[in-house]
Write a protein that binds this ligand. Structure first.
Ligand code: SAM
Length: 412
């Protein structure tokens, strides 16, 4: 008779597991059992990385939301599996890069989404005390101006959006109260091109809107009284300055030259050659998110045209919904292209560590480990270890697998 354990494993491997599936809800789940293969020590580290769940606020991790972030402790654990400079070709909010810095290792992060590069740069910025004082002071002044503008608008006739003047983006009436838009406009004018202040500004844009959350484009009708926006902006600026200070303290023992670079670049077209000891990354899961679409409010307020991002984004939900077979073929090809670029960027003996979950599109699973393995093999990478953890998805009452895999480049 099959054990309950193997029943659950069979269920996880069966196409049924995802039938009701909105895999995006799967991000808050309890973990089930694990499969481990290959090198014992490495596979244990991979498994532990998949199981990390506790909230971590160290250094700059807590600054600015970004969807589908790796767990900071998972990133820290994965980095122990290799040595030398670190590349994350799908860096998102920069979790791996922050942990590289905290381990005293230089890094490069790439992402096609301009908001990802803003967040990753902001989280990995090395700053002086003077720079942090200047940031706090600029943001305090901007918040004061915005507070006055918001109150004036609320008490005047600006409650009607048609009366609101300024350089407010076209999407604002749909998502913001008029006084909120006025406050945001005032902050934006006051901070100009100051990169750190713009990152703080970006961090509040969803919170003060009527959008349900960072990953749901639905509208909610919660009240956002005047001055809330200015107050939140000022609070976030103070928090961010504190987080940057902590980052400096935690990296004080390392050479000031240990830095992270962040490029807006396509992971399939990296030009780096044999520069990195490790590639640690979590590519988009097929058909789960539209990263570019999720950032539409930020792109509009920050004045960034990211039309090209929609086309260079791999595995987007939009593509999978339009034509599953075509999207799947493109995803496999893309996987091959980014693995080839990552393999080239590794030094001989370097390691590629990938965290990826299977996707779900129209109720059918999209398996990720096979195409990843094929691509790695054909680029001369050898699989060293793997862990797969079944996750219980509370939202759909099903298990689904998430994988962490480590490969090694020959010649080390
Ligand atoms: C799962 S997220 C990475 C999250 C990241 N590990 C973190 O902890 O924040 C995947 C990222 O891949 C990016 N992406 C999608 N297609 C890409 C491409 N062709 N080249 C580079 N980045 C891409 C998306 O914009 C998204 O930020």
């Amino acid at each position: 008779m099959a054990s309950r354990r193997s029943d659950r494993r069979a269920r996880a491997a069966s196409p049924e597991w995802a039938e009701a599936g909105d895999v995006r809800r799967a991000l808050t789940q309890r973990s089930g059992e694990a499969l481990r293969e290959g090198d014992d020590a490495a596979s244990r580290v991979l498994e532990s990385a998949l199981r990390e769940r506790e909230r971590v606020e160290r250094a700059t991790h807590g600054f600015h939301a970004y969807p589908a972030g790796l767990h900071p402790d998972a990133a820290a654990a994965l980095l122990t599996l290799g040595e030398g400079p670190v590349l994350d070709p799908f860096c998102g909010g920069g979790t791996v890069l922050v942990e590289a810095l905290l381990a005293g290792r230089p890094g490069l992060g790439c992402d096609v989404n301009p908001v990802a590069t803003i967040v990753a740069r902001a989280r990995t910025a090395r700053t002086t005390e003077e720079e942090r004082v200047a940031l706090r002071s600029l943001c305090r002044k901007a918040a004061e101006t915005a507070r006055l503008a918001g109150v004036a608008n609320f008490n005047g006739n600006g409650r009607d959006f048609t009366m609101v003047k300024g350089t407010i983006p076209d999407i604002a009436p749909e998502w913001y109260d008029p006084w909120t838009a006025v406050e945001l406009d005032a902050i934006r004018a006051a901070i100009g091109n100051h990169a750190a202040a713009r990152a703080v500004f970006s961090s509040i844009l969803v919170k003060v809107s009527h959008r349900e959350s960072e990953t749901a484009n639905r509208k909610v009708d919660e009240p956002r009284p005047p001055t809330t926006t200015a107050t939140l902006f000022h609070k976030r600026a103070r928090e961010y300055a504190r987080q940057l200070e902590e980052l400096e303290k935690l990296t004080a023992a390392f050479d000031a030259e240990v830095r992270v670079r962040v490029h807006r670049e396509d992971a399939r077209e990296l030009r780096e050659r044999e520069e990195f000891g490790m590639v640690v990354t979590s590519p988009p899961y097929p058909g789960v998110y539209d990263y570019a679409q999720l950032q539409q409010l930020r792109l509009a307020w920050l004045g960034i045209d990211a039309e090209d991002t929609r086309f260079s984004e791999m595995g987007s939900r939009r593509q999978f919904r339009a034509d599953r077979a075509e999207a799947l073929a493109a995803w496999k090809l893309d996987t091959h292209r980014w693995v080839r670029a990552a393999a080239r960027a590794l030094r001989p003996g370097g390691r590629l560590v990938v965290v990826i979950a299977d996707g779900v599109v129209a109720g059918k699973p999209v398996e990720t480990l096979g195409p990843l393995g094929e691509a790695a093999r054909s680029e001369g990478l050898t699989r060293v270890a793997r862990a797969t953890v079944e996750r219980w998805d509370e939202g759909v009452d099903r298990m689904r697998p998430e994988h962490a895999v480590m490969y090694e480049k020959g010649g080390g």
